[in-house]
Design a protein around this ligand. Sequence first.
Ligand code: FES
Length: 180
Amino acid sequence: MTTGAASRPSRIPRGTTSSSTRRRRASRKDEGVPLGQRLAARSELGPDGVTTVKTKRGTLAVGVSNGEPFAVSNVCRHQAAALGVGRVLSDGSLQCPWHCARFDVETGEMVSGPKGRIYGFRPYSKAVEVFANLPPVKLKRYPVVEKDGVIYLRYDVAAGPPGEVGGGRRFPPPESGKAN
Ligand code: FES
């Protein structure tokens, strides 16, 4: 004889929930939440999948990664390039426009240090990565809500205290060479 419990699918062990499941749950939780500041419509993001938006919380890089909207600090932890003028890669990471460091927009971590002839020197690149992932240095993430294709800061964030200030540097990097 089979019991009801035996035919039920096994539970997913705690801590193994996939990121897309977490995001789906989060967006379900956000249903009906009043919207905060409008950030950008998906259609405004362009081919790079990210843009720069000034908010009361500072200037943020706003985009879509793996189909989900995000907002993070705009300042690269290497030499402060504006991440909002970088691009979102096919793996969902946000790539810096100067030396191609890559960030996980879900955790704020630098997942790959700077590249190129000078900054790609492995020990240096790794050291930047370690520094960038220190808790006070890591990219800050800001909760967003999407409605009708438009990305908003969550209302409670928009109304909160000021966050990181600084728009990120847009002029060419000091080493004129482009990253490889
Ligand atoms: S400024 Fe971002 S990788 Fe160098």
